[in-house]
Ligand binder design. Structure first.
Ligand code: HEM
Length: 470
């Protein structure tokens, strides 16, 4: 027995030493390579190929900040065979991310798009710039009056249909109001099956499931996220039928999009557009209402501003002149966007460049984090605090944002829906505080820090008591 034990020991001991020496040699070789090539400091954990995927996956949003503190202003994470380089100094963003010829938006996202919406890279790379420009044109500031009248009608119709009263879960309420209103406004009145509450609910359930795991859907084989894959198929089938309903006389964003892309993937592009137009605006409406209700002074100021904007019969006309009078409400939702902004945005490095003395090689995915940038005390003193007042210095007539604010991305492929988002947020938030007395019945939820794509979702239910005013 004792001899057999020793034999095993004799075999395993050198094997373990050998393995440790091999790992040490690899680490040494890699570190030498990094210092010779002047690559940014890299954290790759200890697992071959997977790199630091497991640590990263436990809390992605906090992990990228932890690594920033450990590795400095430019650093790389090695995950699943990919190099992901983070820029964290806002002063580098414009030159190296937003306006740089060395990075590319389409090359960074085409594989994610292929996984999430089954749009082949070839099709996406062919159509993307035209789709972006179409959206930018259709949702530009000069086009907003043509959307806002109908959107007001849609919001009012929805509020009448659901007759809010008593204690309600806020996120659910916001979805019930905004989904059908925005869908009808951008896609057309009867294009998607939302004719009654039952069909509306079915669409909502599937869209919430699709949105909830969207980030995983862009990367993980779909067999591991069956529920997500089913919702995606359900939504694609809905869009396949919807595009058959488009009439030649329609003047909707959906029709323009459908005319532009290859017909085989018309439904897939439409689903992606639906996601882009709802996935950020809905949680931001939730956060703005909840954050206003959570601060009595902010709440009081909102109510006063709305009273002053009413006409003699107590009504509000939602147009540019009225929005000018509702400046503080604009500050309230911009501040909610600042605090809950997207975890990351990305570009692909197509030509290596040097930043802060480091060479960032072609092939790296380059990231910046609006969420963490907005916590930089240099730009946003008392950054964790919800302070709409900090926005009062902005000249909104010039469409200004505060320095350091990057929630809508930047450069050629900055969010094309940002002015539409600002108009819809301004309208729905004002309308809710105008029509209802609201009180918060839960504590303000925290943000769910498990996602990097898009704005943060609440990590718990949030109940609000509604009493109609009018
Ligand atoms: C508060 C709400 C919103 C936020 C925070 C937001 C943020 C963003 C960000 C960060 C990007 C990526 C930009 C980049 O990489 O530089 C983006 C892209 C996009 N957004 Fe928004 N967005 C919002 C609302 C909307 C709305 C309401 C629409 C449409 C009605 C929209 C349509 C799009 C589209 C289509 C893209 C993709 C652009 C492309 O592929 O070129 N967004 N958004």
């Amino acid at each position: 027995m004792a001899q057999e034990f020793n034999a095993k020991e004799w075999f395993f001991f050198p094997a373990i030493i050998g393995l440790l020496l091999y790992i040490a040699a690899q680490v040494y070789k890699r570190n030498r390579l990094y210092s010779v090539l002047k690559l940014p400091p890299c954290y790759s954990g200890w697992m071959p190929f997977l790199g630091c995927a497991i640590e990263f996956g436990k809390e992605p949003l906090n992990f990228i900040e932890k690594m920033h503190r450990k590795l400095g202003p430019v650093y790389t994470l090695y995950i699943g065979g990919k190099r992901m380089t983070y820029l964290t100094d806002e002063e580098d963003y414009n030159k190296y991310f937003m306006q740089s010829q060395h990075v590319d938006f389409q090359k960074a996202v085409h594989l994610f798009v292929a996984n999430a919406a089954s749009i082949p890279s070839e099709s996406f790379l062919t159509h993307h710039t035209s789709i972006h420009d179409l959206m930018k044109g259709k949702l530009a500031t000069n086009q907003l009056p043509s959307h806002s009248k109908d959107l007001q009608t849609q919001f009012e119709r929805r509020l009448a249909e659901i007759s809010l009263a008593g204690s309600c879960e806020l996120n659910e309420v916001i979805r019930l109001i905004m989904y059908p209103s925005v869908i009808r406004n951008l896609f057309g009145e009867d294009v998607l099956p939302i004719h009654n509450e039952e069909s509306m609910n079915k669409l909502m359930v599937n869209f919430v499931a699709f949105d909830d795991q969207f980030e995983y859907g862009t990367q993980i084989p779909h067999v591991f996220i069956r529920k997500w894959a089913q919702s995606k198929q359900w939504l694609l089938n809905v869009f396949r039928k919807a595009i058959l309903q488009i009439k030649s006389t329609d003047d909707t964003v959906l029709k323009s999009l459908y005319e532009m892309v290859d017909k085989e993937h018309g439904a897939n592009y439409s689903l992606l557009m639906l996601w882009a137009s709802l996935a950020n605006a809905i949680p931001i409406t939730f956060w703005t209402v909840a954050m206003i209700l959570n601060d009595p002074k902010v709440h009081e100021r909102v109510i006063k501003e709305i009273s002053a904007a009413q006409d003699s019969s107590g009504n509000i006309e939602y147009n540019t002149a009225t929005f000018e009078k509702l400046k503080y409400i604009r500050c309230c939702f911009l501040e909610a966007i600042r605090i809950r902004s997207p975890g990351v945005i990305t570009r692909m490095v197509v030509k290596s460049f040097n930043v802060k003395g480091y060479n960032v090689p072609a092939g790296d995915l380059l990231f910046l984090s609006p969420h963490w940038t907005h916590r930089n005390e240099k730009y946003f003193p008392d950054a964790e605090k919800y302070m709409p007042e900090r926005w009062l210095t902005c000249d909104f007539t010039k469409n200004e944002f505060l320095p350091g604010f990057v929630a809508f991305g930047g450069g050629r492929y900055m969010c094309p829906g940002r002015w539409y988002a600002i108009m819809e947020l301004h309208m729905i938030i004002t309308m809710l505080f105008h029509k209802y007395s609201m009180t918060l019945e839960s504590t303000l939820p925290k943000a769910n820090v498990m996602h990097l794509v898009g704005v943060q979702q609440p990590d718990a239910d949030c109940y609000v008591r509604f009493s109609p005013k009018l």
